[in-house]
Design a protein around this ligand. Sequence first.
Ligand SMILES: *Cc1c(COP(=O)(O)O)cnc(C)c1O
Length: 243
Amino acid sequence: MKNDIIFNLLKVHQRIENACKISGRNPKDVQLLLATKTVPAAKIKIAIEAGETLMGENKMQELRDKDFELKNMPVERHFIGHLQTNKVKDVLKYVSCIQSVDRLNLADELHKQLQNQNRKLDIFVQVNTSYEESKFGLPPDEVLSFIKKIKSYETLNIKGLMTIGLLDVEKQKMIPSLRLLRTIRDEIYAEGIEGLTDLKLSMGMSQDLELAIAEGSNIVRIGTSIFGNRFLGKEIWNENIAE
Ligand SMILES: *Cc1c(COP(=O)(O)O)cnc(C)c1O
């Protein structure tokens, strides 16, 4: 088990480096986030001990279950799953960043809880760039006005944009949903909003890592290629099921 994970990590880092080389990017500008849903803490620890410093969970329950084993490890925990407003308070106990902010009532609740705690939080705005009903995220054409609204919430540090790209066996079909996230970022930049001049793109998973890097990704979120398949049989992406 241990050797498998370490070997897989090496392969993933090689994939990242190759993709950077091909697109003329600096590998330092692409961070690897361990996507750890359904992965037991013991396995996550192996990856952390091998030098990984960033992980993302999709469910409050898993954050809580693994907290005892991970809280003293040198790893930054992000939340990358769909977040219900009634779970905000609990999730805030465990994470330093929420990558899945996708609606105003969630931003409102975060702002309220963070104000109570006198604390700030890094966030990413999740965008549904594949326009699939199975995914969460803001519709692309609502991102700019959403960002303008939450820009006044001083508790939220807007770090960037996140998407789950369209997954397909055909590469060409996966590119547009990744490219769109970058286009949206450029549109935000064009507005010249103060403080929003360095937005990161969180995109790319096991299947589309290389494509995402070619489109400018700064954080690739990888689960399967590191920890193995989560389900037996063919896995069809659905955030509702993945939750
Ligand atoms: C599961 C998950 C990933 C990783 O997907 P893999 O295909 O296993 O690499 C990335 N992002 C999110 C939001 C996820 O839920």
